[in-house]
Design a protein around this ligand. Structure first.
Ligand code: AHM
Ligand code: MG
Length: 334
């Protein structure tokens, strides 16, 4: 009987579209009037469009360098630029966002929707080096409520909020299948895109990450630069014959580790003394998600979500994943 009830619950959950799920969950928030729900739908719409473009990327002139660099001096790929434009347009036209902070834009974008309550920080296309070679890539987003009064222009105060102020966060993984995973602070759910009907369908209900895992993910090319504690940790993983897995697309590495149990780290290196990954565009969203899934995220000294941002494109070291694995690394690098 108990088994049947479990099966019934599981079976009835599958088939719920993202739109319907978002609408159902709106009731969890007494303050919600539908704007956040609409905002999430706007992101999902842009994700569908980007996905379509990625799927055709060998056929249309959308691969390769755009011939420019972004604010961090990194070469922009055409798809970086396309995704940036798509998301900015979807969020601006959607009307629920007063400002957008994008990895691809030097300054915060004032959308002109000064009556909107929310601000979004995002990496429109993460894993740029994998675009041209049919490897998984992703989109990462964080949603905050603005600090400044509704009806006024947004300011940097709205953008530079700690991760623990996020009201929602998520990512889209354009991989062997296309999945959108998000949280509003009440668990983590994943929605797989069904191309035949053009809908994201609930497929991963209330994701929890194992406390321990057997996957460790880092860029092996940086190993000589790492602090001794990391080297000790890596030696321990090797001695236990654990699996080293590193796609080089954070969303893909994160998603695999969250589902299977594992740890990802991108610490300080000679080239990137604060690590490579960006607090506002990449780390905060994933930190919120992993904590909701029962895991941990830290820079080695403090929780990622407690870090006070001081600039839009700030980088932080990231150690993220299964709780016991993160704890062990933190202990070793003390
Ligand atoms: P990007 O936002 O320019 O794509 O850079 C972020 C990516 C992450 O997806 C990935 O984890 C990391 O950079 C890989 O960096 P590296 O090639 O140094 O290992
Ligand atoms: Mg990125």
């Amino acid at each position: 009987m108990a088994h049947n009830q479990t099966v019934e619950k599981f079976v009835s959950s599958i088939g719920i579209t993202l739109d319907r799920f978002i609408a159902q969950k709106q009731a969890d928030f007494s303050y919600a009037k539908g704007e956040l729900s609409q905002l999430l739908r706007d992101i999902a719409l842009a994700a569908k469009i980007i996905n379509k473009e990625i799927m055709r990327s060998g056929l249309i002139d959308i691969e390769g360098s755009a011939g420019d660099t972004n604010v961090q001096g990194e070469e922009q790929q055409k798809l970086d630029v396309v995704a940036n434009v798509r998301y900015i347009r979807a969020l601006t036209k959607g009307g629920e966002v007063c400002a957008i902070v994008s990895e691809e834009e030097e300054d915060m974008i004032d959308t002109g929707n000064h009556n909107a309550k929310y601000i979004v920080s995002m990496d429109p296309l993460d894993g740029s080096s994998n675009i041209d070679v049919n490897m998984p890539i992703g989109t990462i987003f964080s949603v905050y409520r603005r600090k400044t009064p509704v009806g006024t222009p947004p300011t940097l105060e709205d953008a530079l909020q700690k991760g623990n102020e996020q009201v929602a966060a998520g990512y889209v993984l354009y991989g062997s299948s296309n999945i959108l995973v998000y949280t509003t602070g009440k668990g983590v759910n994943g929605f797989t895109y069904d191309h035949s009907i053009g809908e994201f369908i609930l497929s991963h209900v209330n994701i929890q990450t194992p406390k321990d895992g057997s996957i460790f993910s880092y860029n092996e090319g940086n190993v000589n630069d790492l602090a001794d504690g990391f080297k000790t940790y890596i030696a321990d993983c090797r001695s236990k014959k654990m699996s080293a897995r590193y796609v080089g697309s954070l969303v893909a590495d994160f998603h695999r580790n969250m589902l299977k149990g594992g740890v990802f780290f991108y610490p300080a290196t000679g080239k990137s003394p604060n690590g490579k990954l960006r607090l506002l565009h990449e780390c905060n969203a994933l930190a919120f998600i992993i904590e909701q899934a029962g895991g941990k995220s830290t820079d080695g000294k403090q929780r990622t979500l407690e870090t006070q941002p001081t600039s839009l494109h700030q980088r932080v070291p990231l150690i993220i994943g299964s709780a016991n694995m993160v704890d062990k690394i933190v202990d070793l690098i003390k």
